[in-house]
Design a binder for this molecule. Structure first.
Ligand SMILES: [Zn+2]
Length: 394
C-alpha cells in the first residue's frame, strides 16, 4: 500500500458544479485514490510515505481535455510534434478524450472496416500507454456509412467507448443518423462536429442537423473553428439535452454567448470545456487552462464553477472515471497558485482575473508526475515534495 499526503491546502476546487468548493487543509491518498479530506489532525496526511506541502496553494481536479486529437503514440501527425501529451500534463491536463483517431490519421480511407480497426487499435494501444501518466481515453470510432450493428457490438466488446460524427463519407450531413443510433445503442458516447467545416474532409453541421442526429455531445459547439448562428445555438440549448462542448480552438465570442445562454436556461451542467488541439490552431498544453481563465474572467462565472466545466462536467458527459475531488475518487490533482506578478492572491483569484495560474504539482492516480510545470508561469507559492526526487523538481 502506498500513501500520499497533501498538507497546507489553501483553497480546494472540487470539480462539482453544485458544490464547487470545499474546506480541507489536508488530503490523504491511498493506492491512487482519495482516502480522506479535512483537518490536518484528522486525515493523517503528514504521516504518508510521500508528502506534498502545498504551502497555501489551491488544489483542483486534474483538467480533462475532452476534445484531443490523438492518433497513436505521443505524436500528432497534424503538427508533426512528439511528446505533446507529456507536455499537456505540464498544463494541468491529466485526462484526454480522443476526438476520433481517424480525423488526423494520414491517408485515412472512408471505409467502415478501417474505421473499426483503427478505433479498436487505438483503444487497446492507449489502454497500456500513459505519457507522463496521462489517461488517454482513445478508441473513438469515426462513424462511416456501412458500419453495422455487429460492428458496434464488436467495438464495444473491445473497449471502444466513444464515437465521432462529421468526418464520414456521407452524402448529406444528416445521413448518419442510423449509425449515431447504433453507436448509442451499444453504449458509445457520440460526439458530433458542429458548425462550419474545419479540416478538409469535414462537413458543416448546422443546429438543425444536430437536432436531427441527436448525438450525446455537440463537439466544439462554439465552432471548430467556425461557430453556429445564435438562433441555432438557442434551439440546441432549448430543444435538447445534448452536452455543449466549448473549446479553446473555437470562437471565443460564441463561447461566451453559449455560457450566458446556458446559465440563463439552467443548463450550465451541460457545458464542458476542451481544447480541440492539436489542430491547425496548434499544440496547446495550456489550452484548457486558458479556456477556464477566459470563461471565468469574461463570462462572469466563478473560478471554481468554471473549473467544474473542465473537470466534473467532462466526467459526466463523456462517462469517465475521474474529474472530481471526493473520497474514493482517483487522485488526479493539480496544485497551483497565482502567478508571480499577478494582482490576485491565489489561483482562484488569478483565474477570475484571467491570469493563468502557475502549477507546482500534477498528481495522477496518486503519483506525483510533475513538480514545477515547464509550461505555466511561475507560481507565487511553490508546493514542495518530501519522500520523492522529481526530475526538474524543487
Ligand atoms: Zn476537433
Amino acid at each position: 500500500m502506498t500513501t500520499l499526503g497533501l498538507l497546507n491546502i489553501g483553497a480546494l476546487a472540487t470539480g462539482l458544479l453544485d458544490r464547487p468548493r470545499a474546506e480541507a487543509e489536508a488530503m490523504l491518498v491511498r493506492d491512487g485514490r482519495i482516502a480522506a479530506l479535512g483537518a490536518t489532525s484528522q486525515v493523517g496526511a503528514a504521516e504518508a510515505e510521500i508528502v506534498v506541502d502545498c504551502r497555501g496553494s489551491t488544489v483542483m481536479p486534474g483538467l480533462i481535455d475532452s476534445h484531443c486529437h490523438v492518433v497513436l503514440g505521443d505524436y500528432t501527425p497534424r503538427q508533426k510534434t512528439v511528446d505533446f501529451l507529456d507536455s499537456y500534463v505540464h498544463g494541468g491536463i491529466t485526462s484526454v478524450v480522443s476526438a476520433g483517431e481517424g480525423v488526423h490519421a494520414p491517408g485515412r480511407p472512408h471505409d467502415p472496416v478501417a474505421a473499426k480497426a483503427l478505433a479498436i487499435a487505438a483503444a487497446k494501444c492507449f489502454a497500456g500507454f500513459h505519457p507522463n501518466g496521462m489517461k488517454v481515453n482513445a478508441g473513438s470510432v469515426i462513424l462511416e456509412p456501412g458500419l453495422t450493428d455487429d460492428d458496434f457490438a464488436e467495438m464495444a466488446r473491445h473497449g471502444v467507448r466513444h464515437a465521432k460524427y462529421g468526418f464520414g463519407g456521407y452524402r448529406q450531413p444528416g445521413d448518419g443518423q442510423p449509425e449515431v443510433r447504433a453507436a448509442q445503442k451499444h453504449g458509445l458516447c457520440v460526439m458530433s462536429h458542429s458548425g462550419g467545416t474545419s479540416i478538409p474532409g469535414s462537413s458543416p453541421i448546422s443546429a438543425e442537423v444536430l437536432l436531427h442526429l441527436r448525438p450525446d455531445v455537440c463537439g466544439h459547439v462554439n465552432g471548430g473553428t467556425t461557430s453556429l448562428d445564435e438562433d441555432g445555438l438557442r434551439r440546441i440549448i432549448d430543444e435538447s439535452e445534448m452536452a455543449l462542448q466549448v473549446v479553446q480552438a473555437g470562437n471565443l465570442k460564441s463561447a461566451l454567448f453559449i455560457l450566458r445562454l446556458a446559465r440563463e436556461s439552467g443548463a450550465l451542467h451541460r457545458v464542458c470545456v476542451a481544447s480541440d488541439t492539436p489542430t491547425g490552431t496548434g499544440v496547446m498544453p495550456m489550452g484548457v487552462l486558458k479556456s477556464v481563465c477566459e470563461l471565468a474572467s469574461l463570462g462572469d462565472l466563478s473560478a471554481a464553477e468554471t473549473i467544474a466545466l473542465a473537470t466534473g462536467n467532462n466526467r459526466r458527459a463523456f462517462r469517465l472515471a475521474t474529474g472530481t475531488i471526493a473520497p474514493g475518487e482517483p487522485a488526479d490533482l493539480v496544485v497551483c497558485d497565482a502567478p508571480v506578478g499577478s494582482a490576485a492572491p491565489d489561483a482562484l483569484g488569478a483565474i477570475a482575473r484571467g491570469d493563468i495560474p502557475g502549477i507546482s504539482g500534477v498528481i495522477i492516480d496518486g503519483e506525483v508526475r510533475v513538480g514545477r510545470s515547464r509550461n505555466t508561469p511561475l507560481a507565487k507559492r511553490l508546493a514542495s515534495v518530501k519522500g520523492l526526487a522529481l526530475p526538474g523538481g524543487h
